[in-house]
Design a protein around this ligand. Structure first.
Ligand code: TXA
Ligand code: MG
Length: 349
């Protein structure tokens, strides 16, 4: 397949490109596009045939439902029963990185919802995404625009790397500002339950409804006795090519432990990647060190995480060693992705 790649400027949007990509979506094709979280791979959410192509292009398991992206608040035709709390959440956090799961209407085909009776809906804040959805005239089903299992793309070039030749169009924009996939909240249950942590934190959600809680399975290894409610959370995810280890504990001890492990690998002529922070990066004399930014700005850690994992892939490291973060506020989402990337390979110090 011939993939057309067009990069547009968020501040001066090329309407022709948006209309061209929108038409492809309306006619059943695949378009990768930027959102504020990660790049998405879109298809017409109302067409089972169009949506099937997403699963093929990504190599995605069929039982993993897709999120439906919209550009205005009129979602009545897509869902049944919108509880009051969902309306409050939409008003407060849309457009933005929050996916709300509601009972689906018959308009949503089984291919989109993986035959679940519910559907996740999200209104992205990225202007290119919203203009594209409007231009298509249909709601857009979109998972992250990576080959299944790989780190989500937060740069247009990474979509090209994964999807060139597999999709009709890559509509590129800038770097994703959040860098982590949306928070998912299930509003088909009462109280609503967070199924995936993201840029909208539990504390922010609790301001709207204090009974909102997080599924206890989220931060645990999938084999543990509790089953995750978001089907996608059970798969190995966000994974760089090299195996990864998280070193968790006091920062000083972490640095000492990482340096010790690095030395062992270097003795075996192995190339080591170190996922560090501005506070620690100068403490690692050996290995390829990438800083995610300062621990004082967790937003930058989240924004840079997936791109750093892909840079380690580019450098063909044999192993990645990562520092850990406090599992609070945005740190919860960051640690969720890190743990999954590492296959829950954690060393306590
Ligand atoms: O930020 C995002 O949400 C990005 C951008 C592109 O918008 N999209 C994204 O999609 O992360 P994806 O397909 O990579 O992740 C969707 C997650 C999966 O874990 C899936 O199982 C869950 O959402 N999900 C979707 N619909 C669901 C439903 N009805 N019930 C439970 N979980 C659902
Ligand atoms: Mg994904």
């Amino acid at each position: 397949m011939n993939t057309k790649v067009v990069i547009v400027d968020e501040n001066n949007i090329d309407k022709d490109a948006i209309n061209e990509a929108g038409l492809i979506l309306r006619e059943g094709g695949l378009v990768a596009f930027p959102t504020e979280t990660v790049y998405g791979l879109g298809a017409n959410a109302l067409s089972g045939d169009a949506v099937k192509k997403i699963f093929t292009a990504k190599g995605r398991p069929q039982d993993n439902p897709l999120i439906v992206h919209i550009a205005d608040f009129n979602i009545e035709s897509l869902v049944k029963n919108i509880p009051e709390v969902a309306l409050h959440l939409m008003r407060k956090f849309w457009p933005g990185p929050l996916t709300i799961i509601l009972e689906k209407s018959d308009l949503i085909p089984g291919e989109t919802s993986a035959n679940l009776p519910s559907v996740g809906i999200r209104m992205p804040s990225n202007i290119i995404a919203r203009e594209l959805i409007k231009a298509s005239g249909v709601p857009i089903a979109a998972p992250s625009a990576n080959i299944s299992g790989r780190p989500s793309p937060t740069e247009a070039s990474r979509c090209v790397e994964d999807l060139q030749g597999k999709v009709d169009y890559i509509l590129g924009g800038g770097s994703c500002t959040v860098g982590l996939e949306s928070t998912i909240i299930d509003c088909t249950v009462n109280p609503p339950c967070v199924l995936r942590p993201g840029g909208i934190t539990l504390a922010m959600l609790k301001e709207v409804e204090s009974s909102i809680y997080m599924d206890p399975a989220i931060m645990k290894k999938p084999e543990a006795d509790i089953k995750p409610k978001a089907p996608g959370m059970k798969y190995r995810h966000y994974a760089p090519k090299a195996p990864m280890k998280i070193i968790q504990g006091d920062l000083k001890k972490t640095i000492a432990k990482i340096n010790e492990i690095v030395q062992n690998y270097i003795d075996e002529n192995k190339k080591v990647g170190i996922l560090a922070t501005d506070e620690s990066k100068d403490s690692y004399p050996n290995g390829l060190v990438i800083s995610l930014g300062s621990r004082k700005f967790m937003e930058s850690i989240g924004k840079n995480l997936f791109e750093a994992l892909r840079e380690f892939d580019d450098a063909a490291v044999d192993i990645i060693l990562s520092e850990a973060f406090e599992e609070e506020e945005l740190g919860t989402a960051i640690m969720n992705r890190l743990k999954k990337s590492a296959g829950f390979n954690i060393v306590e110090v």
